[in-house]
Structure formats: C-alpha cells, structure tokens
Write a protein that binds this ligand. Structure first.
Ligand SMILES: [Zn+2]
Length: 300
C-alpha cells in the first residue's frame, strides 16, 4: 500500500536525498485528515528532495488504491460553508482563462469538490464537466447545483481524447504521488492548443519560508511540493508551453481565518459576533501558491 522509491517521480533522476523527517504515522492518513478544510498544519510525511529538479515528495507514499479508498469517504461541510469566498476565487480564475480562450468552449475540472468552479463557469457560458473522488461532494453538486460530476479518481477516468478547451487542476497536483500521470491524462483530454490551469503550493515562497515547519500546506493530504523549477520541469516533460505565471490569492471569510489562527479562535465563539464573521470576506495575497496557465503543444 505504501511504496518507497529511489528516483524522482518527475524527472526520474536517482539523485534524491532525504529532505525532512516526517511527524506522521501511516495510519494517520484518514478521510478526516485529507479533507480540504483540514486545519492540522505542520504535519508531513518523510520527505525526499530531487537534487536535479527540486521536487519534494513523500517517500514512502500511499498507493492510488489506498488514496481512492480514503477520498471516496471524505465529507467536508465546512467547504460548502465557505462557498461564497471560493466562488470569488474561481470567478477570478475564469476571468484569466477567458483571456486565453475568449470564445468560452468546454472546460473540465479535476477534483471538482462540490462543483463551485464549474457552476461559475456554466453561468458564464462554458460547457462544463468534472470528476471528483468524494461521494459526499458529488452528491452535493447534484442536489444543490444540478451538476453531475463523474465519481472516481482522475487516474482511472476513461475518456475520449481531444475533447476540452480547458482543463483545470486547482489544488490537485500536491495530492497525488504521480503528478506526471495526472498531467499526461489532462493533456490527452485537451484539444490541440488547449489550456491547462494549475494552482499548487510553492514550497520556496516567502510564506513557506517564514512559516517554516508550521506552513499550512504541510498537511497529511499533501504528497508533493513544487518550486518554480520542478513545476517548469513537469510542464516541459508533458509538452506544455507556459503562457502566464502568477501568485494565487485567496478569498475567504474572516470566520475561516479566525478558526485557523489558534490565538484568535475564541472570537468565533462570542455569540453576538458569531453571525458577523462569516459575512466578512477578505482577500489574502499570500503568494504561496503558483497559478499557471499553459498551452498544450503538439509533440513533433
Ligand atoms: Zn527531479
């Protein structure tokens, strides 16, 4: 179920070294610990680092079938409670996407959660589809938004090739032991010249350096961490041409932030204030995730 490797999962170099000693045990990987809103920060697996491309990855790592058996059970009501802030994030992403694909064709979202990106895209005139491994999230998407997502892991998704103008991977690549496989699959799904959108944490960002071992992206669900070089390597290996690199900024409610700042979390329990915090939306430009737009290139 857990595999240890002696080469880099991206560039296949054997020049890998231990990077950080983990503070998690394998049975600590539970559905509760891999949900999107998990706030158990500063938790890592034993990490290795590739000396050639700079990719940092869990080693040993859990296999695809173990991950699928956990993700199908994930329930995350707090994710939906933050729907408004998340929808704002996705409207901003779509605005960027439409600079590269002004005619608004078809868009596929990988790891679509409850479908918030897709309902925003649908409202703007996109033809949408997506896949999500959590049974709970797929049910919410159908019941609340009338959106029918494929249930399952993207790795196992059977599909026709060259179908979509855009494939989005928002906070996906860090959750998989084999990001290259995800990218190859996304590439197959895209039409010639189609656009891929990647949002993933940057392990060399200022926020990551300042937070050190307490960085909020060090959590049980995250199995790989990119810097600019390793993400560029992945894009090159899978034949994508970068169109734009950005820093991802977040919208969420003040309430969500308070719950994550342990020193201030008592504020969420003050009755008169409790109804106020969820309504206050803030935008945080932490700059600790990459936001990359790239075009599928034909392999000559
Ligand atoms: Zn490498």
């Amino acid at each position: 179920m857990w595999t240890k490797i002696n080469h880099c999962p991206l560039c296949h170099s054997s020049k890998i070294k231990p990077y950080k000693k983990g503070n998690l045990i394998q049975r600590g990987l539970t559905p509760e610990k891999i949900k999107i809103t998990d706030a158990d920060y500063g938790k890592i697996w034993d990490l290795s680092r590739c000396q050639v491309c700079g990719y940092v990855f869990a080693n040993p790592f859990p296999g695809e079938s173990l991950l699928a058996s956990l993700y199908i059970q994930v329930e995350d009501p707090e994710y939906e409670a933050e729907a408004e802030g998340r929808r704002r994030n996705f409207r901003r992403l779509l605005h960027q996407i439409e600079k590269f694909v002004p005619q608004k064709g078809s868009l596929f979202d990988v790891g679509a959660a409850t479908g918030l990106l897709l309902i925003e895209a649908r409202q703007r005139g996109w033809k949408v589809a997506g896949i999500e491994p959590s049974r709970w999230a797929v049910k919410i998407a159908a019941e609340k938004y009338g959106l029918h997502l494929h249930l399952g892991s993207f790795e196992d998704y059977r599909h026709d090739e060259n179908q979509y103008d855009v494939v989005t991977l928002v906070d996906i690549l860090e959750h998989t032991p084999d990001p290259k496989k995800i990218m190859v699959k996304a590439r197959e799904l895209l039409k010639p010249g189609g656009i891929i959108v990647i949002v993933t944490p940057n392990i060399e960002s200022l926020a990551a350096r300042l937070a050190g071992c307490r960085w909020w992206h060090f959590r049980p669900g995250h199995l790989g961490y990119f810097n600019r070089r390793s993400l560029k390597t992945l894009l090159n290996l899978t034949s994508f041409q970068v169109l734009s690199w950005k820093k991802y900024s977040w919208n969420f409610s003040f309430n969500y932030l308070l719950k994550r700042l342990s020193v201030l979390s008592w504020l969420t329990k003050v009755p008169k204030l409790a109804s106020l915090w969820p309504r206050i939306q803030i935008k945080l430009a932490l700059g600790d995730s990459f936001e990359v737009y790239a075009r599928k290139q034909e392999v000559i």
